[in-house]
Write a protein that binds this ligand. Sequence first.
Ligand SMILES: Cc1ncc(COP(=O)(O)O)c(C=O)c1O
Length: 430
Amino acid sequence: MTEVQTSSRPTARLVPGQAGRSSPADFDIERVRRDFPILGEPVHGKSLVYLDSAATSQKPQAVIDAMSHFLLKENANVHRGVHYLSERATDAYEGARAKVKQFLNAKDVHEIVFVRGTTEAINLVAQTYGKTHVGADDEVLITAMEHHSNIVPWQMLCEEKGARLRVAPITDAGELVLSELEKLIGPKTKLVAVTHVSNVLGTINPIRQIVELAHARGARVVVDGAQAAPHLRVDVQALGCDFYAFSGHKMYGPTGIGVLYGRSELLDEMPPYQGGGDMILSVSFEKTVYNKPPGKFEAGTPNMAGAVGLGAAIDFLASLGQGALSAHEQDVLDYGIRALAEVPGLRLIGTARGKASVISFVLDDVHPHDIGTILDREGIAVRTGHHCAQPLMSRLGVVATARASLACYSARHDIDALVSGLAKVREVFR
Ligand SMILES: Cc1ncc(COP(=O)(O)O)c(C=O)c1O
């Protein structure tokens, strides 16, 4: 396996149009940090340095308050009651859907399906659209940088249908080889499933271009937006994708809620995912008539408080301003890449030209778990391991990496603390 080379260009740029004209100075980082109560919690007697936001983000007070308001004042089951609280709960739940529609710039609110998270969204597409459109000898194309959530559901589908899973390659820097991806899209390709932002490399993929290549050959595109939704402006109409999946908990919302966006005409003709209450219009022992989307895909009592929390997270993100947020996150990312590139023995993993909020690295021959454990004693939270991307680890020729990941509350001083922590790691392993 080829190893990823140390960066020859230790800065990264968000793709054009993402950062707007704002400067990091437009962003009051200390005020934003005060919105996150957990950042004041000491860890092993030290101030918390939270650099694990790609795994899950911390929650602002506004999200905590919105969820507790719902549970204290509005909780009842949705869609089913004529009573006051049920109507309020339904309004709150459907109001959250309207916020998601706006957040993604979807055409229609019925294109927004609430699910548990990105994993469930991708499984839903595989088990509904995939089951009805992928047959024996057909192909599903993914890339070498996918999270297990965007590999295994397709593998399961291909196994069941006798179809073939194909994999588009990446460069040593962690960029997709578009010319190779293009060659792999043929008449048998029914679906292209690709991550918008890699959770290991931070690479931002050119989704619009991939969609054009796929659509030109009649393939549908599923985008894993788990790591993009918290950082980039996502406009599903501009991207042109057929499906887009993301998780609430990585973008300041709660766990257990996520979104599948699907184009209306596809959702309309797809079979349901699960059977049960709420996904039907009528049931008899002879025949069930299914609800229209999104209800058709939301069997059972949904995560109402979760949806409300996600709606509040979207409001919170909007309050930061996309331009100012992108400029701030880009600044901390560039600062982090430059600072870590100076640490003796450290090798950056993932040096694509367009990157968002993830810095993976290895340090000499110290096992990443040891790095993580020593940093933890300093109050610094980073993720270590294969990051649910074992095939990518093999491609990179490593068994694991350490990963620092950023969010709106990340500051340059978090990077400084990480660099000091890494000096301690080096002392221990000298
Ligand atoms: C790129 C990517 N895709 C999918 C997922 C799965 O998200 P979830 O566990 O919220 O379903 C993750 C989570 O880390 C991710 O980073």
